[in-house]
Design a protein around this ligand. Structure first.
Ligand SMILES: CC(C)(COP(=O)(O)OP(=O)(O)OC[C@H]1O[C@@H](n2cnc3c(N)ncnc32)[C@H](O)[C@@H]1OP(=O)(O)O)[C@@H](O)C(=O)NCCC(=O)NCCS
Length: 216
Protein backbone atom coordinates (compact mmCIF):
# COMPACT_ATOMS: atom_id res chain seq x y z
CA UNK A 1 0.00 0.00 0.00
CA UNK A 2 1.26 3.50 -0.74
CA UNK A 3 1.60 6.02 2.07
CA UNK A 4 -1.97 6.68 3.21
CA UNK A 5 -2.96 9.50 5.54
CA UNK A 6 -6.26 10.37 7.17
CA UNK A 7 -7.74 13.87 7.18
CA UNK A 8 -11.07 15.64 7.45
CA UNK A 9 -13.46 15.41 4.48
CA UNK A 10 -13.91 19.05 3.39
CA UNK A 11 -16.62 20.81 1.38
CA UNK A 12 -14.14 21.35 -1.47
CA UNK A 13 -13.76 17.54 -1.77
CA UNK A 14 -17.41 17.14 -2.75
CA UNK A 15 -16.92 16.42 -6.49
CA UNK A 16 -14.12 13.95 -5.88
CA UNK A 17 -16.04 12.35 -3.01
CA UNK A 18 -19.12 11.75 -5.17
CA UNK A 19 -16.99 10.26 -7.94
CA UNK A 20 -15.17 8.11 -5.37
CA UNK A 21 -18.47 6.76 -4.02
CA UNK A 22 -19.78 6.00 -7.49
CA UNK A 23 -16.66 3.94 -8.24
CA UNK A 24 -16.13 2.33 -4.84
CA UNK A 25 -19.34 2.24 -2.84
CA UNK A 26 -22.55 2.04 -4.84
CA UNK A 27 -21.64 -1.14 -6.70
CA UNK A 28 -20.01 -2.66 -3.60
CA UNK A 29 -22.14 -2.09 -0.49
CA UNK A 30 -24.01 -5.35 0.27
CA UNK A 31 -27.61 -4.02 0.13
CA UNK A 32 -26.92 -2.32 -3.20
CA UNK A 33 -25.58 -5.65 -4.50
CA UNK A 34 -29.12 -7.07 -4.39
CA UNK A 35 -29.61 -8.43 -7.94
CA UNK A 36 -31.68 -6.35 -10.35
CA UNK A 37 -31.83 -2.91 -11.89
CA UNK A 38 -32.41 -0.51 -8.99
CA UNK A 39 -32.79 2.66 -10.97
CA UNK A 40 -30.73 4.49 -8.37
CA UNK A 41 -29.25 7.90 -9.20
CA UNK A 42 -26.39 8.49 -6.71
CA UNK A 43 -25.55 12.04 -7.78
CA UNK A 44 -28.52 14.41 -7.55
CA UNK A 45 -28.65 18.07 -6.46
CA UNK A 46 -30.66 17.05 -3.36
CA UNK A 47 -28.14 14.39 -2.37
CA UNK A 48 -25.26 16.85 -2.93
CA UNK A 49 -26.93 19.45 -0.73
CA UNK A 50 -27.58 17.01 2.10
CA UNK A 51 -24.07 15.50 1.91
CA UNK A 52 -22.54 18.99 1.94
CA UNK A 53 -24.49 19.94 5.07
CA UNK A 54 -23.19 16.82 6.83
CA UNK A 55 -19.60 17.37 5.64
CA UNK A 56 -19.75 20.91 7.05
CA UNK A 57 -20.25 19.43 10.52
CA UNK A 58 -16.54 18.51 10.32
CA UNK A 59 -17.10 14.94 11.54
CA UNK A 60 -16.30 13.03 8.34
CA UNK A 61 -12.86 11.69 7.42
CA UNK A 62 -11.11 10.53 4.29
CA UNK A 63 -7.97 8.51 3.72
CA UNK A 64 -5.85 9.87 0.89
CA UNK A 65 -2.91 8.34 -0.96
CA UNK A 66 0.42 10.06 -1.49
CA UNK A 67 -1.00 11.77 -4.57
CA UNK A 68 -3.77 13.25 -2.43
CA UNK A 69 -6.54 11.08 -3.96
CA UNK A 70 -9.37 9.78 -1.79
CA UNK A 71 -8.97 6.03 -1.19
CA UNK A 72 -11.39 5.56 1.73
CA UNK A 73 -14.04 7.54 3.55
CA UNK A 74 -16.05 7.67 6.74
CA UNK A 75 -19.06 9.97 6.37
CA UNK A 76 -20.37 10.76 9.84
CA UNK A 77 -22.80 13.14 11.49
CA UNK A 78 -24.15 14.16 14.85
CA UNK A 79 -27.64 12.78 15.52
CA UNK A 80 -30.21 13.46 18.22
CA UNK A 81 -33.38 11.44 18.99
CA UNK A 82 -35.54 13.74 16.84
CA UNK A 83 -33.44 12.84 13.78
CA UNK A 84 -34.50 9.19 14.00
CA UNK A 85 -38.15 10.24 14.40
CA UNK A 86 -37.93 12.71 11.51
CA UNK A 87 -36.38 10.14 9.17
CA UNK A 88 -39.01 7.59 10.21
CA UNK A 89 -41.83 10.06 9.44
CA UNK A 90 -40.26 10.87 6.05
CA UNK A 91 -39.93 7.25 4.94
CA UNK A 92 -43.55 6.66 5.98
CA UNK A 93 -44.91 9.50 3.84
CA UNK A 94 -45.19 7.16 0.85
CA UNK A 95 -45.42 3.39 0.81
CA UNK A 96 -42.03 2.07 -0.45
CA UNK A 97 -42.29 0.58 -3.93
CA UNK A 98 -38.89 1.14 -5.59
CA UNK A 99 -36.01 -0.96 -4.28
CA UNK A 100 -34.07 2.03 -2.94
CA UNK A 101 -37.14 3.26 -1.02
CA UNK A 102 -37.33 -0.16 0.64
CA UNK A 103 -33.67 0.17 1.64
CA UNK A 104 -34.30 3.58 3.24
CA UNK A 105 -37.46 2.31 4.93
CA UNK A 106 -35.65 -0.75 6.29
CA UNK A 107 -32.65 1.23 7.58
CA UNK A 108 -34.81 3.94 9.17
CA UNK A 109 -36.86 1.20 10.84
CA UNK A 110 -33.92 -0.60 12.36
CA UNK A 111 -32.49 2.66 13.69
CA UNK A 112 -35.78 3.41 15.39
CA UNK A 113 -36.28 -0.13 16.71
CA UNK A 114 -32.73 -0.17 18.14
CA UNK A 115 -33.86 2.33 20.80
CA UNK A 116 -30.27 3.58 20.75
CA UNK A 117 -30.78 6.76 22.76
CA UNK A 118 -33.02 5.16 25.41
CA UNK A 119 -30.68 2.21 25.82
CA UNK A 120 -27.60 4.35 26.47
CA UNK A 121 -29.49 7.24 28.11
CA UNK A 122 -27.75 9.85 25.96
CA UNK A 123 -29.13 12.72 23.91
CA UNK A 124 -26.65 12.75 21.03
CA UNK A 125 -24.46 10.35 19.11
CA UNK A 126 -21.82 10.44 16.42
CA UNK A 127 -23.34 8.24 13.70
CA UNK A 128 -21.03 6.75 11.07
CA UNK A 129 -23.33 6.69 8.04
CA UNK A 130 -21.14 5.53 5.17
CA UNK A 131 -17.92 3.58 5.60
CA UNK A 132 -16.12 2.82 2.37
CA UNK A 133 -12.66 1.57 1.51
CA UNK A 134 -11.58 1.81 -2.13
CA UNK A 135 -11.65 -1.44 -4.08
CA UNK A 136 -7.89 -1.49 -4.67
CA UNK A 137 -6.90 -1.08 -1.00
CA UNK A 138 -9.31 -3.42 0.83
CA UNK A 139 -8.38 -6.15 3.32
CA UNK A 140 -5.26 -4.31 4.45
CA UNK A 141 -6.65 -2.92 7.69
CA UNK A 142 -7.51 0.52 6.31
CA UNK A 143 -11.18 0.20 7.30
CA UNK A 144 -10.16 -0.49 10.88
CA UNK A 145 -7.65 2.36 10.85
CA UNK A 146 -10.22 4.82 9.55
CA UNK A 147 -12.87 3.80 12.10
CA UNK A 148 -10.27 4.14 14.90
CA UNK A 149 -9.71 7.71 13.74
CA UNK A 150 -13.49 8.36 13.76
CA UNK A 151 -13.70 7.05 17.33
CA UNK A 152 -10.86 9.37 18.38
CA UNK A 153 -12.58 12.29 16.64
CA UNK A 154 -15.88 11.52 18.40
CA UNK A 155 -14.07 11.42 21.77
CA UNK A 156 -12.25 14.67 21.10
CA UNK A 157 -15.54 16.39 20.24
CA UNK A 158 -17.12 15.14 23.48
CA UNK A 159 -19.70 12.71 22.02
CA UNK A 160 -20.96 10.28 24.66
CA UNK A 161 -21.65 7.53 22.10
CA UNK A 162 -20.67 6.30 18.64
CA UNK A 163 -22.92 4.11 16.49
CA UNK A 164 -22.99 2.55 13.02
CA UNK A 165 -25.55 0.56 11.04
CA UNK A 166 -23.37 -2.23 9.66
CA UNK A 167 -24.89 -3.72 6.53
CA UNK A 168 -21.75 -5.77 5.84
CA UNK A 169 -20.31 -8.63 7.86
CA UNK A 170 -16.88 -7.09 7.27
CA UNK A 171 -17.79 -3.70 8.74
CA UNK A 172 -19.45 -5.52 11.67
CA UNK A 173 -16.10 -7.25 12.29
CA UNK A 174 -14.25 -3.94 12.21
CA UNK A 175 -16.59 -2.41 14.80
CA UNK A 176 -16.35 -5.48 17.08
CA UNK A 177 -12.57 -5.46 16.89
CA UNK A 178 -12.64 -1.81 18.01
CA UNK A 179 -14.83 -2.50 21.05
CA UNK A 180 -18.36 -1.84 19.75
CA UNK A 181 -21.16 -4.28 20.44
CA UNK A 182 -24.24 -5.20 18.47
CA UNK A 183 -27.28 -3.68 20.15
CA UNK A 184 -29.81 -4.61 17.48
CA UNK A 185 -29.73 -7.03 14.57
CA UNK A 186 -32.24 -7.96 11.86
CA UNK A 187 -31.99 -10.55 9.09
CA UNK A 188 -32.47 -9.33 5.54
CA UNK A 189 -34.60 -12.38 4.78
CA UNK A 190 -37.21 -11.18 7.27
CA UNK A 191 -37.88 -7.84 5.56
CA UNK A 192 -40.67 -8.36 3.02
CA UNK A 193 -42.81 -6.17 0.78
CA UNK A 194 -46.58 -6.16 1.09
CA UNK A 195 -46.83 -9.19 -1.23
CA UNK A 196 -44.57 -11.16 1.12
CA UNK A 197 -41.49 -11.07 -1.15
CA UNK A 198 -38.01 -10.71 0.32
CA UNK A 199 -36.69 -7.43 -1.12
CA UNK A 200 -33.13 -7.01 0.15
CA UNK A 201 -30.88 -9.85 -1.00
CA UNK A 202 -27.18 -9.13 -0.43
CA UNK A 203 -24.67 -11.81 -1.41
CA UNK A 204 -23.21 -14.18 1.21
CA UNK A 205 -21.83 -13.75 3.84
CA UNK A 206 -23.93 -10.62 4.49
CA UNK A 207 -27.12 -11.95 6.06
CA UNK A 208 -28.06 -9.32 8.62
CA UNK A 209 -27.69 -5.70 9.57
CA UNK A 210 -26.20 -4.90 12.97
CA UNK A 211 -26.40 -1.65 14.83
CA UNK A 212 -23.02 -1.46 16.52
CA UNK A 213 -22.43 1.05 19.30
CA UNK A 214 -19.99 1.99 22.04
CA UNK A 215 -20.05 4.44 24.93
CA UNK A 216 -17.11 6.84 24.77
C1 LIG B 1 -16.40 -3.16 4.49
C2 LIG B 1 -15.12 -2.44 4.14
C3 LIG B 1 -15.21 -0.98 4.57
C4 LIG B 1 -13.96 -3.11 4.87
O1 LIG B 1 -12.78 -2.35 4.65
P1 LIG B 1 -11.33 -3.05 4.71
O2 LIG B 1 -10.31 -1.98 4.74
O3 LIG B 1 -11.24 -4.04 3.62
O4 LIG B 1 -11.42 -3.75 6.12
P2 LIG B 1 -10.23 -4.32 7.00
O5 LIG B 1 -9.04 -4.64 6.14
O6 LIG B 1 -10.02 -3.36 8.14
O7 LIG B 1 -10.84 -5.70 7.50
C5 LIG B 1 -11.93 -5.80 8.36
C6 LIG B 1 -12.31 -7.23 8.59
O8 LIG B 1 -13.14 -7.72 7.53
C7 LIG B 1 -12.51 -8.82 6.89
N1 LIG B 1 -12.74 -8.69 5.45
C8 LIG B 1 -12.79 -7.54 4.76
N2 LIG B 1 -13.04 -7.82 3.45
C9 LIG B 1 -13.15 -9.17 3.36
C10 LIG B 1 -13.40 -10.06 2.28
N3 LIG B 1 -13.62 -9.62 1.04
N4 LIG B 1 -13.45 -11.37 2.55
C11 LIG B 1 -13.25 -11.85 3.80
N5 LIG B 1 -13.00 -11.05 4.88
C12 LIG B 1 -12.94 -9.72 4.64
C13 LIG B 1 -11.05 -8.70 7.24
O9 LIG B 1 -10.40 -9.93 7.15
C14 LIG B 1 -11.13 -8.21 8.65
O10 LIG B 1 -11.53 -9.25 9.53
P3 LIG B 1 -10.69 -9.64 10.83
O11 LIG B 1 -10.66 -8.38 11.69
O12 LIG B 1 -11.49 -10.74 11.43
O13 LIG B 1 -9.35 -9.99 10.31
C15 LIG B 1 -14.81 -2.51 2.60
O14 LIG B 1 -14.83 -3.85 2.21
C16 LIG B 1 -15.83 -1.74 1.76
O15 LIG B 1 -15.72 -0.53 1.60
N6 LIG B 1 -16.84 -2.45 1.20
C17 LIG B 1 -17.86 -1.84 0.36
C18 LIG B 1 -18.74 -0.86 1.12
C19 LIG B 1 -19.28 -1.44 2.39
O16 LIG B 1 -19.73 -2.57 2.44
N7 LIG B 1 -19.26 -0.62 3.44
C20 LIG B 1 -19.75 -1.00 4.76
C21 LIG B 1 -21.22 -0.85 4.84
S1 LIG B 1 -21.73 -0.67 6.54
Amino acid sequence: MTNITIRELKPEDLDEYFQYLIENFHGHEPLLLTPGDHNFEPDTPERRASRLAVIKQGLSLVAVDDGGRIVASAYSEAKVPDDFEKTWREVNENKPTAFIDHVYFFLAGIEKRSKLFERFEVSNVLYLNILSVGKTVRQQGLGRRLVSAVIELARSKGFPLIAVSCTSLYSTRIMSALGMTSIHSENYSEYKDEDGNVVIKPPEPHTSVNIMAMKL
